[in-house]
Design a binder for this molecule. Structure first.
Ligand code: SF4
Length: 217
C-alpha cells in the first residue's frame, strides 16, 4: 500500500476514533493487519467464550486459529468442519450468550456509524445485544462518507463479493453470475437484515480496531 494512503488513513483514524467515542464506542488504529490481530487478541479477556462470526477480514489474518490457541478461551465456531447445518445454527444460537463476539463491519461512516447487512442475522443480533464485548476488525477501505454511501458500498461490493465467496455452499443468487446486486427475492438471498449502529448503551461494549491496510470487502 502506498505510503501516502497509509498516512492519510492514520490521520483520518484520529477523527474516526473521536466520532466512535462520541457514540460510546471504543476504537483503536493499527497500520497493518498483523498489528490489528495482536491488538484484538489483547482485548479478549481470560477466561472467555468467543463466538466466531462470518468475517473475511478475520479469516485473512488467521484470527480464528489465534483465538483458538489462547489459553482459557473457548472459540464457538459455527464454521467448524463436520457440523451439520442444524448444529451450525445451534452454535450461532448459543453464541448470542458468548462473552465476546468477534466480527467485522460492512461499512463505517465518517461520523462513526457502523453499517451491516446480514444473512442468517446472528452477527447483527449479537452486535445489538447479548455478548458482553463486541470486537470488530475494520479495514479503512470500508470507511465511507455517509449512510447513503454505506448502503451503496455494501450493495455494490460487499454483498455480491460475499455471494461469490459463498457460491460453493449452494447459493443460487443472480449476483453470483454477474457481480451486481439485483435486490433479488431468491430463496438463498443473504441480504436479509440491515443494522445501523448509532451508538452503544453500554459504554465501550463495542471496540472497533481500525486497520490501515485494505482488509475484507
Ligand atoms: S439481494 Fe440478492 S442479488 Fe443482491 S447481493 Fe443480495 S443475494 Fe445478491
Amino acid at each position: 500500500m502506498e505510503a501516502s494512503i497509509l498516512a492519510q488513513r492514520e490521520k483520518l483514524s484520529v477523527h474516526l476514533i473521536k466520532q466512535l467515542g462520541l457514540r460510546r464506542m471504543a476504537a483503536s488504529y493499527c497500520a497493518t493487519a498483523q498489528e490489528a490481530k495482536e491488538e484484538l487478541l489483547k482485548l479478549i479477556p481470560n477466561p472467555a467464550s468467543v463466538i466466531r462470526c462470518g468475517s473475511e477480514s478475520a479469516a485473512r489474518v488467521g484470527l480464528w486459529d489465534a483465538i483458538r490457541a489462547l489459553p482459557g478461551v473457548t472459540l464457538m465456531d459455527p464454521y467448524a468442519p463436520g457440523l451439520t447445518p442444524a448444529e451450525s445454527l445451534e452454535v450461532r444460537r448459543q453464541g448470542l450468550l458468548a462473552d465476546v463476539l468477534v466480527a467485522s463491519a460492512n461499512a463505517l461512516t465518517l461520523d462513526g456509524r457502523l453499517v451491516n447487512l446480514d444473512g442468517t442475522s446472528n452477527r447483527v443480533a449479537g452486535m445489538l445485544f447479548g455478548p458482553r464485548k463486541v470486537l470488530l476488525l475494520v479495514g479503512m477501505n470500508k470507511v465511507v462518507a455517509d449512510l447513503e454511501a454505506a448502503y451503496a458500498r455494501i450493495r455494490s461490493i460487499a454483498a455480491p463479493a460475499n455471494n461469490i465467496r459463498l457460491a460453493g455452499i449452494g447459493l443460487k443468487n443472480p449476483c453470483i453470475e454477474d457481480g451486481r446486486c439485483h435486490n433479488c427475492r431468491s430463496e438463498t438471498r443473504i441480504c436479509n437484515s440491515w443494522v445501523v449502529t448509532e451508538g452503544s448503551s453500554v459504554k465501550d461494549r463495542i471496540h472497533v480496531v481500525l486497520v490501515g491496510e485494505d482488509l475484507g470487502y
